[in-house]
Design a binder for this molecule. Structure first.
Ligand SMILES: [Zn+2]
Length: 166
């Protein structure tokens, strides 16, 4: 039997204009696959005992889905074909990037350890998120407000293309 577990973070849109958000005290990062891969490797070692095999990585170009974890399960409930995706339309502050990637990694960890095959945002997910939030001063949540995210060059390009189309 195969199950399919999917997940997406996000979707409350606020009225804040993401383009107006600037904070000179922080450096925004434009993400590429190597960022996601590199930080996965680091966080896996640092926060999860390095137990999770390297998943596939893909970049999304979506505004309302910031991160996404999907996988298949074999007949023993073991994870197959895990994939972590993050959107590249935003430039992330380091803590925003960490919170999104850690959110997806918690889903992966819970699936990998057979604690949650559904990708839910309850029980085990909330417990683990709370543990990281308290211990490492993170802000891992089931949803985020995308109004707090700054659209980067790739996002602006998409907006421009849409505007041109109409
Ligand atoms: Zn999720």
């Amino acid at each position: 039997m195969q199950n399919n577990s999917t997940d997406d973070v996000v979707t409350s849109v606020s009225l804040t204009n993401p383009l107006s958000l600037t904070n000179p005290l922080h450096t925004y990062m434009t993400i590429a696959l190597y960022n996601v891969m590199g930080y996965f490797y680091e966080y896996n070692k640092k926060y999860f005992g390095g137990i999770m095999p390297l998943p596939g990585f893909e970049l999304l170009h979506t505004y309302c889905t910031l991160g996404f974890f999907s996988c298949q399960f074999d007949c023993y409930g073991n994870v197959c074909d895990p994939i972590i995706k993050m959107t590249d339309v935003y430039d992330y502050l380091p803590n925003q990037f960490t919170d999104i990637l850690m959110h997806e990694m918690i889903h992966y960890y819970l699936a990998y350890t057979h604690q949650d095959l559904q990708g839910s945002h309850e029980g085990a997910f909330l417990l683990l998120a709370a543990k990281f939030n308290i211990k490492y001063n993170m802000n891992i949540t089931p949803q985020v407000d995308i109004g707090e995210y700054r659209v980067g060059p790739k996002g602006s390009k998409i907006i421009y293309n849409i505007a041109k189309w109409f």
